[in-house]
Design a protein around this ligand. Sequence first.
Ligand code: SAM
Length: 238
Amino acid sequence: RLSSRLATVAKYVPKGAKLVDIGSDHAYLPCYLAKNIGITYAVAGEVADGPYQSAKGNVSGEGLSDIISVRLGDGLDVVEPGEVEYVTIAGMGGALIASILENGKDKLGSVKRLILQPNISAISIRQWLVDNLWKLEAEEILEEDGKIYEVLVAEKGMNAFDSMEPYGQSLEEGLLLGPYLVKENHPIFIKKWMNEKKNWQRIYHQLESAVQTPDTMEKKQELLHKMKLVEEVIRIEE
Ligand code: SAM
């Protein structure tokens, strides 16, 4: 059975999709999609040899080698331009996911939808999407085994207006928290940002008891600013 985290990613891949899953590890996601959703073509990309071998073993063990091609390589290097229409990247930090998209821009011309699941720092992805004219279409938040995950779904926008549209008047808040997640205000979303805020408070107090330099002062200002952003969105009971 697929984890809830990967099942949430899978929800956004339609039947018949041609997909690349970057950082596929054991290739559970493309195997699930081939067996249960009816994708017709997938590339499972891996940069590390151990996970690449594990993906190859699973794909051939499941009898899916006709549908899923397992390839060793960095990010989107594993596909040719025009080869796929859907990209999934799950289980990594947001900054790494954004750098994979940035370095693989020339492969995104034929891509209709990106389904991205950052473990941390979703803000880096939202910023990349806005900068590169991708429109955020949906966001999900879920908790599994004590960890909170976000899933971001984006489609190619026509222009800057399209890619900014979900944020309305609150770009900074939306980039940090997620415009759809702010609207939905799910209990897991509230839990996540209460935790983050507690963490920032702890760091703030540590900085306050350290020697004050221009650097510590700047960090304190940043933390106060982020705490204020979160407080404006969520009523946090102290
Ligand atoms: N996607 C799977 C999931 O969500 O369960 C596996 C996540 S695993 C924590 C991250 C995988 O990404 C590792 O197997 C790692 O080798 C791979 N990875 C990291 N950087 C990569 C890159 N630049 N290109 C391809 N794979 C990468």
